[in-house]
Design a protein around this ligand. Structure first.
Ligand code: ATP
Ligand code: MG
Length: 510
């Protein structure tokens, strides 16, 4: 290998991991604008921001998202945490050792294990009931116990299993329970923004680290007005952010009872069995594991068959039917346009009633920019009190892509003012000018080295500056500063104090 090739190889070594990427300026400006709009709009609806951790016990996601889902079974980034370092104690203190282990496990410092905790209890009892030799030495069976403890140690000293979050609803519900939020005035309205991690096949609009903006309403009632208001908030946000051509789809999936969804699923399953051999292997498998998910299929060949399947709307119980009708009425009251989509489902039992999805143009087949729904059973499933819940998650990457495609995403970088200075005295004035202009909110480029004016002006052009402030010996001695408007080439002279006023008046509201 030649030196040059070797160098190239070495340079190629570090790249962002597949499915992850750097979001760079000027695009980050657009991201900030989107997030800022979320902060503003959500707070006008009474939502507060929560920032949960990015990793949580694997068990939390397994429980909340569901162990059989693709997310949990195939897509999570899971690893074992470093084990808790137990202090080594002399054998004479075996009892203390066992007790420490037990305490740590009870406090959750080391993983609580169904099998090892009872083992520890047994060891402790054995230890306590062993009479010591009269001369203070250890009896034989304590040595046996020591062996037993060694064995336990090798089993116990494992780190916790933790996962990078694939979504944040589980964390928000965990936080609701952990901080006893049910004791606060209900409902609790929380929103979050941040990265999520799923090991999916990367493609346009699908990444392994992606970003969501989501919100949850927990506690209080399940009044249809809540469902409608959360959707209204979402559409207000999309509108404010400038998303065009967004379509809202809604559906009701009833609740998990025989006279409602469970009855429908049985009917659906029977209908699917009849057309089984016309379905692909994924859908065939889902007939047994999760028939509702067959409705989700994007497979072209299955579409005509799915179109003949029974609709859930015809199988909802009276309460769910009334709830759905009221949600639709409430949306109309708020002027929110929607389309019904009977195939919009959620595969997990605790999801119920309202489900919704928003699609946007310019995204190819990854066109869902938001998914959401009601999940009244989730907090309870995670060990909390029975709690109503509804929420959504916006795919921020896809939202940004759609804004860019429609030309709404043009972030302007550039600077307001480039300071072209020459000479020692001019430099002192330039530093002062930069400070004053920045304090007044203008973006300013102050070149660190002296440049000829020609070079400085072409640099200003390349950076997309609006103005060049020209400071040379003349300007300083006359106390009149020259401002050049780069788009027109016009030049004007100003006394120093008037410059900022002039620029303020020129600045178009952004
Ligand atoms: P999809 O059907 O597109 O995989 P999903 O049902 O897995 O979406 P949710 O779990 O409901 O999506 O997440 C809400 C939103 O997050 C989606 O509508 C989408 O905009 C976004 N999203 C989900 N997975 C990814 C990903 N891997 N990359 C980028 N955005 C994603
Ligand atoms: Mg997905």
């Amino acid at each position: 290998m030649s030196d040059a090739t070797a160098k190239k190889e070495e340079r190629r070594k570090f790249q962002a991991i597949k499915g992850t990427r750097d979001i760079l300026p000027p695009e980050t400006e657009l991201w900030n604008r989107v997030e800022q709009t979320a902060h503003e709009v959500f707070s006008t609806f009474g939502f507060g921001e929560i920032r949960p951790p990015i990793f949580e016990p694997t068990e939390l996601f397994a429980r909340a998202v569901g162990g059989e889902t693709d997310i949990v079974s195939k897509e999570m980034y899971t690893f074992e945490d470093r084990p808790y370092e137990l202090e080594e104690l002399p054998w004479a203190e075996t009892g203390t050792y066992i007790k420490n282990l037990k305490d740590l496990m009870q406090k959750g410092m080391i993983p609580r294990d169904e099998a090892t905790l009872p083992e520890l209890e047994k060891a402790w009892e054995e230890f306590e009931s062993t009479p010591w030799n009269a001369d203070g030495s250890m009896p034989g069976n304590v040595l046996q116990l020591a062996e037993h403890v060694e064995l336990l140690k090798s089993v116990i000293q494992k780190g916790h299993k933790i996962s990078l979050r694939p979504e944040a609803t589980a964390s928000v519900c965990r936080a609701y329970i952990e901080h006893n939020m049910q004791q606060l005035p209900q409902p609790i309205k929380l929103y979050y923004t941040g990265p999520m991690f799923r090991r999916e096949r990367p493609q346009k609009g699908r990444y392994r680290q992606f970003y969501q903006i989501g919100a949850e309403i927990l506690g209080g009632t399940d009044a249809p007005a809540i469902d409608a208001e959360v959707i209204e908030m979402l559409m207000t946000f999309f509108d404010k952010v400038g998303l065009q051509g967004a379509t809202l789809y809604i559906n009701s999936i009833g609740h998990n009872a025989d006279n409602c969804r469970r009855g429908y699923v049985a009917t659906l399953k029977a209908a699917l069995e009849k057309v089984k051999d016309q379905l692909g292997p994924d859908s065939q498998r889902r007939i047994d594991t999760n028939p509702l998910r067959v409705l989700d299929s994007k497979l072209e060949s299955e579409q005509p068959i799915i179109a003949t399947l029974p609709h859930i709307a015809d199988h909802l119980c009276d309460e769910c039917k009334a709830h759905y009708a009221a949600v639709k009425r409430q949306l109309e009251l708020r002027g929110v346009l929607y389309q019904e989509n009977w195939r919009l489902v959620r595969g997990l039992d605790y999801y119920m009633r309202t489900t919704f999805e928003i699609t946007a143009p310019g995204l190819g087949s990854q066109n869902a920019v938001c998914g959401g729904g009601r999940y009244d059973g989730l907090v309870e499933l995670l060990g909390g009190p029975p709690t109503k819940g509804i929420g959504f998650a916006i795919g921020e990457d896809r939202l940004i892509l759609s804004l860019q495609e429609s030309g709404k995403g043009q972030a302007q970088q550039g600077r307001d003012v480039y300071i072209a200075w020459m000479g020692e005295r001019a430099y002192a004035a330039a530093i002062r000018a930069a400070k004053d202009l920045r304090n007044a909110g203008f973006s300013v480029e102050l070149p660190p080295l002296e440049q000829k004016f020609g070079k400085a002006l072409s640099q200003a052009d390349k950076l997309g500056a609006k103005y060049a402030l020209i400071l040379g010996d003349n300007e300083v001695s006359e106390a009149l500063w020259t401002l050049k408007t780069l788009s027109t080439g016009e030049q004007e002279k100003f006394p120093e104090p008037e410059l900022i006023d002039f620029l303020r008046n020129q600045k178009s509201p952004s």
